[in-house]
Design a protein around this ligand. Structure first.
Ligand code: GDP
Length: 524
């Protein structure tokens, strides 16, 4: 009973957005409502500033901030909220994708002036793959922006999801008067001041008292628009939202703390408690007695003097307890943890127990890889998230002959952490590192030197994509591999990968070898 109650009150989610849309600001306001922080400005953006791209030390410092804020847990009303932060810099997009495997829903922040931007689109693709429930917050209504109907169309089109406004803005920019909260049937008036307290008056949209608060013109326009919404958009249906097919939309201004509490109040009511998760062997239900969980993130270098890492576990079912033996499935070994960390507010503290939905930090010296499963004893494998074909490739070579072992170990561990992807060319045995952005190469080089005492050298390689290939036609597959032997590689799991030099070569290969499937992610 206790277990069920604990689990059902958990809401574990991520706030995602294109940089600058207002993710940090919104997160901070959510924390303020949760009493997790008391002053604005306490949450540092973990954005890696553009100017820092060539200054790895600076990035490291900034990443230090992101560790502190990587998971923020707090209690709100009867709910336990866990917000998972995601790195804003697109070179760390893989990190963000993996974080999305650990959440049960997301809130997408969109800038009313800019609409849907590239990063939002990419992140939503990942949400769609997993049918993650999505709620949208259209931000910065205190500024001029696009017409709200236009924003809705854009959301539907660009994010390929149905939308349903649950609040509606009354004008915007300097004339912004507030929103009509369709979900609660209330008029929420915006008072532009730093100490924003929303004045919320419960009025049916038809009530003539609306005109006591806003001009007759605005009231008329509002009624017309809300009527249009009712005609155009079907009733909000929670099941569709939970299935990831329908996104409720809210409007507001995070900076002015307007519309945020309304978002949060609706969110805790309708957002899912921990969802069931498909493992290779079976579907795991969060309310099962036995603990299961998986590692979705490894954060290294918390303390530069030690090679210390923190493995982040998403508890998928049951209850996790300190000093209890759990099975590390890949090692087939029981392990217990004496100092697991909880993330409450912005502090880390030792926890005694955690429930499905929670994130637990386990100090690690190299036992864990992204995707590892922990259980109470069951042989179970969570699928995690596939790797995607990297965007950039380089050969990695040893620059210090006396340190080849260190280099090998370092590369192996960094890949286990998911810093980048390693492919081994089957023809010449050379190792190729694939990344999303240039920054990752710098991270690898720096960390190999400072954590492993190894030196690497990069050699250019002209590649367009890495594709995982498979076929039921063994003959054709063998023929392909023979013909393309110079371009065949294995990924870390030993799967076959075709390294395509150009889009043209890839297209030709797809045309000539019709029985082979070319995949751009490692899960198929
Ligand atoms: P992030 O990159 O998505 O985390 O964005 P931030 O939260 O750091 O916000 C980016 C910029 O937009 C900052 O300068 C914020 O002060 C500003 N901002 C955030 N919310 C609002 C808002 O509601 N209105 C206005 N005018 N500016 C906002």
């Amino acid at each position: 009973m206790d277990l069920k109650k604990e689990i059902l009150k958990r809401r574990t989610f991520a706030v995602i957005s294109h940089p600058d849309a207002g993710k940090t600001t919104l997160t901070e306001k959510l924390l303020l409502f949760g009493g997790a922080i008391h002053v604005a400005g306490a949450v540092k953006s973990n954005k890696i500033k553009k100017t820092a791209t060539s200054d790895w030390m600076e990035i490291e410092k900034q990443r230090g901030i992101s560790v502190a804020t990587s998971v923020m847990g707090f209690d709100y009303n009867d709910y336990k909220i866990n917000i998972l932060d995601t790195p804003g810099h697109q070179d760390f997009a893989e990190d963000t994708f993996r974080t999305l495997t650990a959440v049960d829903s997301v809130i997408v922040v969109v800038d009313v002036a800019k609409g849907v931007e590239t990063q939002t689109r990419r992140l939503m693709e990942v949400c769609r793959m997993r049918n993650t429930p999505v709620m949208v917050f259209v931000n910065k209504l205190d500024r001029e922006g696009k017409d709200p109907f236009e924003i809705l169309d854009e959301l539907e089109e660009e994010l390929q999801i149905n939308v349903r406004p649950l609040s509606w803005p009354i004008d915007m920019g300097d004339r912004f008067r507030g929103v009509y909260n369709i979900y609660r049937n209330s008029l929420d008036l915006y008072k532009p001041s730093k100490q924003v307290v929303t004045e919320s008056v419960h009025h049916d949209i038809e009530s003539p008292e609306l005109e006591e608060h806003i001009s007759a013109d605005l009231a008329g326009k509002l009624r017309g628009e809300v009527e249009l919404i009712t005609e155009v958009y079907p009733e909000f249906n929670r099941d569709e939202y939970l299935a990831g097919k329908l996104a409720p939309v809210f409007f507001g201004s995070a900076l002015n703390n307007f519309g945020v509490k309304e978002l949060l109040d609706c969110f805790v009511e309708i957002a899912p408690s921990p969802r069931k998760i498909e493992a290779v062997e079976r579907v795991v239900e969060p309310l099962e007695e036995d603990f299961t969980g998986f590692i979705f993130k490894i954060h290294a270098n918390m303390d530069p003097n030690h090679r210390s890492r923190l493995a982040f576990v998403k508890v998928c079912s049951g209850k996790f307890e300190r000093n209890v033996n759990y099975k590390h499935v890949r090692f087939n070994r029981m392990m217990k943890f004496s100092s697991p960390t909880a993330f409450m507010a912005q502090k880390k503290e030792i926890l005694d127990e955690a429930y499905a939905g929670d994130i637990v930090g386990l100090p690690d010296t190299g036992n864990f890889k992204i995707g590892d499963t922990l259980t109470s004893g069951e042989e179970l494998h969570f699928k995690g998230l596939p790797s995607f074909s990297p965007e950039m490739f380089k050969y990695i070579e040893n620059a210090d002959p006396l340190k080849s072992k260190q280099l090998q170990k370092g590369v192996e561990q960094l890949m286990d952490e998911g810093v980048a992807q390693l492919f081994t060319n089957q023809f010449n045995g050379r190792k190729i590192i694939g990344t999303v952005g240039q920054l990752q190469f710098e991270v690898i080089e720096y960390r190999l030197l400072h954590e492993y005492g190894a030196q690497c050298r990069w050699q250019p390689i002209q590649l367009y994509k890495a594709c995982w290939i498979e076929s039921d036609d063994k003959e054709q597959l063998d023929d392909f591999k023979k013909r393309k032997y110079q371009y065949m590689a294995k990924d870390k799991q030993g799967r076959d990968v075709f390294l395509a030099e150009s889009n043209y070569i890839l297209m030709m290969a797809q045309q000539d070898f019709k029985n082979i499937r070319f995949h751009f992610s490692s899960e198929y």
